[in-house]
Ligand binder design. Structure first.
Ligand SMILES: *Cc1c(COP(=O)(O)O)cnc(C)c1O
Length: 343
């Protein structure tokens, strides 16, 4: 790792920015009379949420073996992607790097912020070509590299992540939205070694609470301070904070979800082998499959007709459809529809 100075990477206006501090959230009181925030004095959810999400961060810190100051919580990890781009990328000037194909939201938020998106085409096994990575990062300055592992929509994990961290001067974001379904270790353990890494996780996938909109960023205290500075003060609502806190008390819930999904993933994998219209099922470390059909358009439309909604990946990945694992009943319906499609 080369010399790393966070302030030289952050946009100048953001280095200077003072965070909005909610006075009551940053001081200790015993039984305060709350007349400071123009709230209604009646009602169950009449108060603004804890802007610093203290309880949630303390709980996550103990589970992840980090300090609470190394954790930022977002309105989904989508919000954190947006904030990370805003912190480091000067509009109309800086660029981000992403794998291609990968999660569309990196490109989306970069476009909103008027940052160029440099795409690193993956090889036929959806792996990064190291020489291409070295070439593009030597040719031009890039602020953020979004590494999605396991990658959406391809399902495979990025190999040799440390190589990319060691050979990159900017910020490396490891998006682990699907890490719970994979046997690989989390990038969180790299944080102690690499001050330029941010790990994103989410409660939207394995935890089963996409509707609550809660995602997490783990990084150095310096980086987390910037995220906390630019975020909307009340970005995570009270209901969601409480829901996730309760969820974290019961570790079996996650285990149960993951075991069920992995069991169904195995079942589907076997069933797919018997289906004529499928050309290839790509290996997956996530809760979905990328599948190459003999005629992707036909299969996608036939499924849609039967109200089985899947994600068509053509033209970016020709003839490919991304299908996530459902309940046994849903999976059976999927298989029945696929069986009815002639190749
Ligand atoms: C689903 C997904 C997310 C999760 O986004 P949330 O905003 O937390 O729901 C993040 N990254 C990737 C790659 C995803 O597929």
């Amino acid at each position: 790792m080369k010399k790393f100075n966070i302030n030289s990477l952050v946009r100048k206006n953001i280095v200077k920015l003072q965070p909005y501090i909610s006075f009551r959230d940053h001081n200790e009181f015993n039984a305060p009379v709350l007349l400071d925030a123009n709230e209604c004095p009646f009602g169950e959810f009449n108060r603004y949420p804890d802007s610093s999400q203290k309880k949630l961060k303390n709980k996550l810190a103990s589970l992840k073996n980090l300090s609470p100051a190394q954790i930022a919580i977002g309105n989904g990890s989508d919000e954190l992607i947006d904030l990370i781009i805003k912190i480091f990328c000067e509009p109309k000037k800086d660029a981000i790097l992403m794998m291609n194909p990968s999660f569309a939201m990196y490109g989306f938020y970069a476009a909103v912020n008027e940052n160029e998106v440099v795409k690193l085409d993956l090889d036929e096994n959806f792996e990064i070509v190291k020489d291409d990575f070295l070439k593009v990062t030597q040719e031009r300055q890039i602020k953020i590299f979004f590494l999605c592992s396991p990658n959406n929509p391809t399902g495979n994990s990025v190999k040799d992540i440390e190589f990319f961290i060691q050979n990159f001067d900017g910020i490396v974001v490891i998006d682990e939205a699907y890490i719970e379904f994979s046997e690989n270790r989390s990038g969180i353990e790299l944080l102690a070694q690499y001050p330029n890494v941010i790990v994103l996780q989410t409660f939207s996938k394995a935890w089963g609470t996409a509707g609550a909109r809660v995602g997490t960023a783990y990084a150095s205290e310096e980086i987390i301070r910037f995220i906390n500075t630019v975020k909307a003060p009340y970005n995570v609502n009270t209901l969601s904070q409480e829901l996730i806190l309760n969820l974290l008390e019961d570790e079996n819930k996650l285990k149960e979800n993951v075991e069920n999904v992995l069991k169904e993933r195995e079942w589907l994998k076997e069933e797919f082998k018997k289906i004529d219209c499928i050309e290839k099922v790509f290996p997956t470390d996530a809760n979905f499959f990328l599948i190459k059909m003999r005629d992707g358009k036909k299969v996608y439309e036939k499924m849609l007709e039967e109200e089985v909604l899947t994600s068509q990946r053509a033209p970016a990945i020709p003839n490919c459809i991304r299908i996530n694992v459902g309940t046994r009943e849903e999976n059976e319906k999927l298989i029945n529809v696929l069986k009815g499609i002639a190749s």
